[in-house]
Design a protein around this ligand. Structure first.
Ligand code: SAM
Length: 337
């Protein structure tokens, strides 16, 4: 590759120096200075401005002022799960790139992928405006992962994403594209508690057991999925089993916001999405690792669907949800019990 290659207005050689500096710098604050906005300015940032006034996710008010949680919230999340100092990071299902700048300021390179063209345009405009030249946005369906090189990434970040896709396919691909010892993070992952919440909300809202939301949640609790296909929500207790199923190693699973890998002895997170229905959290998070012997995993695991292979995978959570459902049903229909 010629040294005179130019990327984003910066000569490739300069770019490499910058990457090197990013990776080797011991001063986090020096790296963070690459974002030019202050916390207050970022908080006030109206993202719709970057999308010609149109909301790429109609109905999602969070886009209008996406950073209202404040710069420290994002930085703290990235740092507490130790997603820093890597060469190449994938922000999978990046949406409008909410996490990409915060991954980009503490890692050398970020690839951000989402199937939403508008989301990608918005994220790309935002990161350009912030002065990042190490973040590459790609509008593609997650199935494009199969074309990614094997063992190319150090870290894969998935925030509020895995529950919307075929997690078997995604976790298998994540295992393939991660370098040995590379880590992945699943944040804000829907838990069985979310299904119970939907169930209760649906019944309360419509006053009937035949409410569409309640019916959907009931099916999800019974089947372990929210649509046709593989199970796509989880519980803290089952994360180890889930990771092992795809040949991956669980490092830590906890209710959302509680993993802090900087402080192995304490869980000092914010618990942002914590709301508990009995023992089931609304959202959970987990960090895992690609073991060095990933290639030796049992290949049969990937050819038999998770649900068929492990029919009792979610049984504990489901049983509890169904008990809740039945008790609500009995309360609402005393004559039928
Ligand atoms: C709840 S949003 C989370 C976005 C982002 N991670 C964040 O935290 O702001 C879920 C994202 O998954 C994306 N998505 C869903 N299914 C997808 C698929 N099959 N391929 C690629 N992206 C997908 C959606 O477009 C959406 O942006």
């Amino acid at each position: 590759m010629a040294v005179s290659d130019v990327r984003g207005g910066r000569r490739k050689s300069d770019h490499m120096d910058l990457l090197k500096e990013t990776v080797t710098s011991t001063s986090m604050s020096a790296i963070k200075n690459r974002i030019r906005l202050s916390s207050d300015e970022l908080k006030a940032l109206d993202l719709l401005r970057f999308n010609h006034g149109a909301n790429p996710f109609p109905g999602d008010e969070s886009v209008a002022n996406a950073f209202r949680l404040g710069i420290d919230y994002y930085r703290n999340c990235v740092e507490r799960v130790k997603f820093t100092g890597a060469q190449k990071v994938l922000d999978l299902g990046c949406g409008f790139g909410r996490w990409s700048p915060f991954l980009g300021e503490v890692n050398a390179r970020v690839v951000a992928l989402d199937r939403s063209q508008d989301g990608i345009r918005l994220g790309s405009n935002l990161c350009q405006d912030l002065g990042f030249d190490n973040i590459e946005f790609s509008a593609a369906d997650v199935s494009a992962l199969k074309n990614f090189k094997t063992e190319e990434y150090d870290l894969v970040w998935m925030w509020s994403f895995l529950q919307y896709v075929d997690r078997g396919f995604v976790l298998d691909q994540v295992g393939r594209i991660l370098k040995p010892g590379g880590r992945f993070f699943v944040g804000n992952y829907g838990s069985a508690g979310l299904m119970v919440q939907h169930l209760i909300q649906g019944i309360k809202k419509s006053g009937t057991i035949n409410d569409p939301l309640a019916d959907w949640a009931k099916k999800a609790l019974l089947n372990g999925d929210v649509g046709p296909g593989n199970p796509n929500y989880g519980t803290v207790e089952r994360c180890e089993e889930l990771c092992a199923f795809y040949g991956l190693k669980l490092i830590r699973a906890a209710p959302q916001g509680l993993i802090d890998l900087r402080n192995e002895n304490g869980l000092s997170g914010t618990g942002s999405a914590r709301k508990v229905y009995d023992h089931l959290d609304i959202a959970i998070e987990f960090v895992g690792e690609k073991p060095r012997d990933w290639a030796l995993r049992d290949r049969r695991q990937t050819t038999v669907s998770e649900k068929n292979r492990s029919p009792v995978f979610f049984s504990k959570a489901c049983d509890w949800g169904i008990r809740q459902f039945k008790s609500l049903y009995r309360k609402m229909n005393p004559d039928k019990t």
